[in-house]
Design a binder for this molecule. Structure first.
Ligand code: PMP
Ligand code: GLU
Length: 394
């Protein structure tokens, strides 16, 4: 038989998703495994969203809708972009998608030609380079340094530029590092993007999950030249804990948005109408629900960091946003896949190896869990790592 797509064969399933599938399989088999693996909210979605979804079903809102999303949702998202992010995407420049993951995919599909280079600061969210590769474009990973808080510097960006460079991918707050760029840092990168005529894709899905003084800044708000070249991705999976309902969105300059809408009209038609009604209600309920959500993750973060400080041999940057800690595990003398395997098999604890995020020597933990789960999970992590202590430097 003839071979399958070389591009599809060249990629592996998402390591975060694969680890989650494995964790759930083990759990279903009766082993009491715990997960600090895939990052997903542990809290329920807002009740207003649940009510709206049920109502939409009852009212028979089950027919095809507009290919770019419900008009009232696109209008609400246009207002949200304006009020919360200082962005001016009119409703017709907004595409509602089945998750932010699909928003990223559709934005890339509408933009990239084979051979185009996409600049991706690493560590990165697992899906970015694979999505770029699937399209026949070329991911150019730019390694960031632990000492710089894993943030891309203007010097590193400049050094990675070639005439084929087309798009810069930014993700702040960052999965997996928790890094949050300041306005000044983003402005310095934006100046280079404009000068080098790069498009920018800004994934802002963790914008509401912030700690301390950290603030979310949208690159597209940094001036008209950035607005003209930047697509902004967001979604309902994190802030509104609606991850299973698969709803995301992207705002983009007119031509890019038009191309995305055409792509989606063939690839998906539109995301679930029921999820869109739920999302609309969640947006309206946001002021009432987001503070409690933020507090929940703040408390989980404090607890997780306190527990990590008790374990010798680890090093990390405290996350300023999102709900991950990216742990330097090099002192334990094991590669990240072996260490994750060891924790899973010997200590019944799922984590995600740094390798999938483009950085060997690290493990990613998600602290989006209840205190009860975190307490047990960190007991296991501590015992598992202490058992390896002979390998750690004194
Ligand atoms: N971007 C980042 C950085 C993420 O961590 C996630 C979570 N999986 C997504 C996008 C996609 O989220 P979803 O498809 O669930 O909206
Ligand atoms: N964003 C989550 C994570 O990084 C969910 C899995 C995924 O979509 O990658 O774990």
């Amino acid at each position: 038989m003839k071979t399958l797509s070389a591009r599809a064969l060249a990629i592996a399933p998402s390591p975060t998703v694969a680890m989650d599938a494995r964790y759930k399989e083990i759990l279903a088999g009766g082993r009491p495994v715990l997960s600090l693996g895939a990052g997903e909210p542990d809290v329920p979605m807002p009740e207003a969203g649940v009510q709206a979804a049920v109502r939409a079903l009852r009212e028979g809102k089950t027919r095809y809708a507009h290919m770019a999303g419900l008009p009232e949702l696109r209008s609400a998202l246009s207002r949200k972009f304006h009020e919360e992010n200082g962005l001016e995407y009119p409703p017709e420049n907004i595409l509602v998608t089945s998750g932010a993951k699909q928003a990223v995919f559709t934005a890339l599909t509408a933009l990239l030609n084979p051979g185009d280079e996409v600049l991706i600061p690493s560590p990165y969210w697992v899906t970015y380079p694979e999505a770029v590769r699937l399209l026949g474009a070329v991911p150019v990973e730019i390694a960031t340094r632990f000492e710089d808080g894993f943030k891309l510097t203007p010097e590193a960006l400049r050094a990675a530029l070639t005439p084929r460079g087309k798009l810069l991918l930014l993700n702040s707050p960052c999965n997996p590092t928790g890094a949050v760029y300041t306005r000044a840092e983003l402005s310095a990168l934006a100046a280079i993007a404009v000068e080098a005529d790069l498009y920018v894709l800004s994934d802002e899905i963790y914008e509401h999950i912030l700690y301390g003084e950290a603030a979310a800044v949208s690159p597209a708000s940094l001036g008209p030249e950035m607005a003209a070249r930047t697509a902004t991705v967001n979604g309902f999976s994190k802030a509104f804990a609606m991850q299973g309902l698969r709803l995301g969105y992207v705002g983009a300059p007119a031509a890019w948005a038009k191309a995305m809408i055409a792509v989606q009209s063939h690839a998906a038609h539109h995301p679930s109408t029921i999820s869109q009604y739920a999302a609309l209600a969640c947006l309206e309920a946001a002021p009432g629900v987001l503070p409690a959500m933020r507090l929940h993750y703040q408390e989980a973060r404090e607890y997780a960091l306190a527990r990590l400080r008790e374990i010798p041999g680890l090093r990390w940057n405290d996350p300023d946003g999102a709900f991950y800690v990216f742990l330097d595990i090099t002192a334990f003398g094991m590669d990240s896949v072996s260490l994750a395997e060891y924790l899973l098999e010997k200590w019944d604890l799922a984590t995600v190896p740094g390798l999938g995020f483009g950085r060997e020597g690290y493990l990613r933990l998600s602290f989006a869990n209840s205190r009860e789960v975190l307490a047990q999970a960190f007991d296991r992590l501590e015992q598992g790592l202490r058992a390896l202590a002979p390998h750690a430097p004194a």
